[in-house]
Design a protein around this ligand. Sequence first.
Ligand SMILES: C[S@@+](CC[C@H](N)C(=O)[O-])C[C@H]1O[C@@H](n2cnc3c(N)ncnc32)[C@H](O)[C@@H]1O
Length: 281
Amino acid sequence: MDTALIAQKPRPVLKWAGGKGQLLPDLLKRVPDDFDVYHEPFIGGGALFFELAAQGRLRKAYISDVNQALIDVYLALRDDLNEVVSLLKEHQHRHSESYYYRIRARKSSTLTLTERAARVIYLNHTCYNGLYRENQSGEFNVPFGRYKNPTICDEMNLHTVSEVLKKADISCRPFGATLEKARENDFVYFDPPYDPVSTTSNFTSYHKNGFGSKDQADLRCVYTELARRNVKVMLSNSDTPFIRQLYDSYFIIQVYASRAINSKANGRGKIAELIVCSYAP
Ligand SMILES: C[S@@+](CC[C@H](N)C(=O)[O-])C[C@H]1O[C@@H](n2cnc3c(N)ncnc32)[C@H](O)[C@@H]1O
């Protein structure tokens, strides 16, 4: 491969609700200096994963998520980059509002892995607000976004990302599977859908099944078991009494981030979030 194409720093390929771009400096400060394998079971756009890769801190990684469309993107970029790039170039060439709706209407089940991946990247970069949202039947339902010149195929970044993904075991599975994979001195970063600050405030529709209090409590059990096995565990979540209570025996750090995912005015502005470490951060 042309080394010029992989010389740059990898950046997330997808804009993702709850993306950790903003919180990165706060998270990086708390990443352990030394660890064996990296695990990120709520990978989403993978802001921390790509940053750690850029810093040369990843030897091997397990990344996963329950969103199959997202996982397909990473699998296709890792295993069939050239085909994804060529499909994206075609989307870029034909891009228009009516073309967007034609591509959106395509049923994932009728497409190949690379076609599905290119479709998700294309829609993610051209849809309104640039985020991934599914309706009750699991279909992508975001309207067309009026961008002047959306970047649909950033070939250089896709090459770099593909190289980074070659270090990763990528799969579609729930977070509990981390218990089977993580070993002593591995590092696990959990970034689950956030516990709602109020009942109406949060974006929770990454996946048609949602993520409720029972899931947060189950996650705490997984966190505790990993910590007991001397796996280094870090988690981010919203600053709510429930989350503080769940993790009260660990190191809790309060940080501030601005949220723009909620269109209501009171959902914007700086809000407190928590980073919870199982080790002295
Ligand atoms: C806050 S986002 C992660 C954002 C990511 N850190 C980033 O920088 O873009 C939460 C992710 O959890 C995934 N998710 C929801 N329920 C899950 C579950 N039970 N197991 C694994 N992943 C799940 C969602 O699909 C979503 O991608």
